[in-house]
Design a protein around this ligand. Structure first.
Ligand code: AMP
Length: 217
């Protein structure tokens, strides 16, 4: 199963990706996570990307496509993948199509997460993740059990808030989504790949909607 999760920041793509990884055993490939790993490891790419990410802007297409090409070549992606937060521009979507065409493995579906825009800022500002395993919580809608904060998966979990999850940067990220990423809705509709779900619902219900959307051929 080769799928793309498309939606504004805070629409729940990351959380649902983590659930699908457990249900289907295919990897989540999040370009945001790959970039944050570069920042943590202090690579040259990470240093370049950090300022752009902190400003809520998009990292350049060439860098992103290079990173995704390398990640898709890893063995665990051979049986399928969930692309989370990628592609984010038409140029990235075209680059992805070329990559997948070369290996004869086209996308199966693109799931669009619809969430009321007014709720996005609240959702993002409540987002926290476990420092050790990356599991996502939300202090408003999906609070961690206390203790231990991430359900005991990590021995000494600490919950972190992303530096770009503050209100000013979130507003910019939503604006960038509308201008540069939302055009992908038409792009994938034209390829007959787009399936839209209402994602403003409890976690389990959204997962059921994703599964339902994926079962429609
Ligand atoms: P995310 O974790 O998907 O919300 O991404 C966090 C930040 O990383 C974004 O606001 C961008 O600055 C950058 N980023 C992640 N994925 C991409 C992408 N596909 N293209 C460009 N920039 C990206």
């Amino acid at each position: 199963m080769r799928i793309v999760f498309l939606g504004a920041p805070g629409s729940g793509k990351g959380t649902q990706s983590q659930r699908l990884v457990e249900l289907h055993g295919i990897p989540q490939i999040s370009t945001g996570d790959l970039l944050r790993a570069h920042v943590r490891e202090g690579t040259e790419l990470g240093a370049r990307a950090k300022a752009v990410m902190d400003a809520g802007q998009l990292v350049d297409d060439e860098t992103i496509l290079g990173m995704v090409r390398a990640r898709l070549a890893e063995p665990d992606a051979a049986t399928g993948f969930i692309l989370d937060g990628f592609p984010r521009t038409i140029a990235q979507a075209e680059g992805l199509d070329n990559m997948l065409q070369t290996i004869g493995q086209p996308l199966d579906a693109v799931i669009l997460f619809n969430v009321d825009k007014d709720l996005l800022v609240k959702r993002i500002s409540g987002r926290r993740s476990c420092q050790a395993c990356g599991r996502i919580f939300n202090i408003h809608t999906a609070p961690p059990p206390t203790p231990p904060p991430c359900g005991g998966r990590c021995s000494a979990p600490v919950l972190l808030q992303r530096p770009d999850d503050n209100e000013a940067t979130v507003a910019k990220r939503i604006e960038v989504y509308e201008a540069q990423t939302a055009p992908l809705i038409d792009f994938y509709t034209a390829q007959d790949l787009l399936r839209s779900i209402e994602a403003d619902a409890p976690l389990e219900q959204v997962t059921a909607r994703v599964e339902q959307a994926l079962s429609v051929s």
